[in-house]
Design a binder for this molecule. Sequence first.
Ligand SMILES: NC(=O)c1ccc[n+]([C@@H]2O[C@H](COP(=O)([O-])OP(=O)(O)OC[C@H]3O[C@@H](n4cnc5c(N)ncnc54)[C@H](O)[C@@H]3O)[C@@H](O)[C@H]2O)c1
Length: 325
Amino acid sequence: MRVLVTGAAGFIGSHLADHLLDRGHAVVGLDDLSAGSLGNLALARARRGFSFVEGDVRNRIAVDEAMRGCDAVVHLAARIGLRMIVESPLGTLEVNARGTEVVLQSATRTGTPTIIASTSEVYGHSRNFPSREEDPISIGSPTIGRWSYACAKIYDEFYALALHRERELPVVISRLFNTVGARQTGRYGMVIPRLIAQALAHEPLTVYGDGTQTRCFCAVEDVVNVLLEQLERFGSITGEVFNIGNPVETPIIDLAKRIIARTGSSSTIEFVPFSDVYPAGFEEIMRRVPDISKAQRRLQFDPRVSLDATLDAVIASFNAGAVLV
Ligand SMILES: NC(=O)c1ccc[n+]([C@@H]2O[C@H](COP(=O)([O-])OP(=O)(O)OC[C@H]3O[C@@H](n4cnc5c(N)ncnc54)[C@H](O)[C@@H]3O)[C@@H](O)[C@H]2O)c1
């Protein structure tokens, strides 16, 4: 198979490119390098079967050209990271809504099977734990910048499913929950690389709020494996939505303690009010938990990599020279 991966120079995209190449597929990577880097693609670029196009997913010509001759698309390119989203809701909406429209329209014209990366953020304020794919969605007010990300991704889902029903686009929606591993940047507020960088520098680990908020962290290797499974079983799952995540919940304060222990750091923990980090009106989500029974049943999804193993991999990548910004 020849697969177009948008956002290939990013965290998940570069791991996906490596795994696709491992399985003998050809990969076309499309990325504007706004957040990703060619360094993430060092392994892929050294291999036969990989080609890279520097371009913007909002550019129809660039997308059409990259898609030419591809058998499938995995659309990962997006503005992501709370800090970036809160700072620029406009950029978030333009890339995550309009960019996805361009990719989906191109795929519809060519009938190319497409996986769209959505997010657990679409569950908004939902208090149904664990969250199921068919749960109702209730996001916050448009006056609060963080919700621009969820809003764009919800629109992406509606648009993809409408194209599926009315224009026969073969599409699958993967709602990713927190995905973690080496190559993830801490630049836009991602908690694990940010706290590990602080621990390795023996600086206080800054935990926002009181640290009782929980997150479910899924190793990027597990996420990439299930994306590959979706590509392989595409015909039987088209038009469907899947939660992809690891249901094990970790309070952020526990995460900080584990990072201190695993790095052997002398760091302390410092609690920082959300109001010191984000603009007025910021709304924190205290829990996000995926119900993955559908992915378990239909895709044999079985997230196996432990959080400790992932922390060790990220620590090793920092020790090998990875940088936070
Ligand atoms: N990492 C997570 O925890 C997580 C959770 C839920 C959903 N997702 C989704 O998974 C996808 C990949 O996320 P990631 O963690 O790899 O993020 P990332 O920022 O590492 O990768 C995104 C890539 O998209 C590229 N990009 C941004 N704007 C672009 C544009 N206009 N044109 C072309 N390329 C552009 C960036 O340069 C970057 O390389 C995103 O769609 C994101 O919404 C990720």
